[in-house]
Design a protein around this ligand. Sequence first.
Ligand SMILES: [Zn+2]
Length: 264
Amino acid sequence: MPELPDVEAFKEYLDATALHQNIARVRVDDDRILSGTSAQALGRRLKGSRLQGTRRHGKHLFARISGGGWLLLHFGMTGELDYGESNGGLPEYARVVLEFENGRRLAYISRRMLGEVAVLNDADAFIAEHDLGLDALDDAITPEWLQQQFASRPGPVKTALMDQSLIAGIGNVYSDEILFQAGLHPKTRSNRLNHEDLAHLRRTMRRVLRTTAGHQADPAQFPGSYLTTRREKDGRCPKCGGALKTDKVSGRTSYFCPKCQQKR
Ligand SMILES: [Zn+2]
């Protein structure tokens, strides 16, 4: 499922391919992916405009429309983007396609239809209305801020990291990676972490997210010490070689090394 590093890669991809091109036509293959708009309204809003720039907040990507407002892209479980020639055929599961006057098109792909495409007047209002917390790479996330937020949370630290209303952008896979790299058991109680633990967790979170985003969220390119590529039955710890364990945390299967991430 796309998390912050994946969406950051989509942002860079959109920035590198689809900005500043006149939109000639919008095709909606399945309007169940649209939220708060219709295919006609989306077309009216985008036709004749250009995408001027992007911003990302957590797992949400916003593209500024030259005529005003924002195009929201949320990728759900399986979403992605594809830029190519308009007459070159469409990728499978292309739900929304922006066709540009220059003969190219940008396709929003969602196999399982769990994503969302919308037009917004104000990205900040959307973030507030949807109760999204600080972006996981926001400088406002300090050890002191974490301590304040975690003080009232006796639940697992993995649950806190995945809570989009607290920190936006981290899901099941990257919370496991961050906790593995930080040497913290996923079920460690958030309110048990002291200032030093939280400073270490914050540093690790930023390093993991930046490193993986820097590799376009492609696990094949991640450092050899990363857990993400070992998420499988009989997976072994890349640090100590021991058997990885799984456990359910907030209903999600969590991978961890019982030796390197001891419960406390
Ligand atoms: Zn280990």
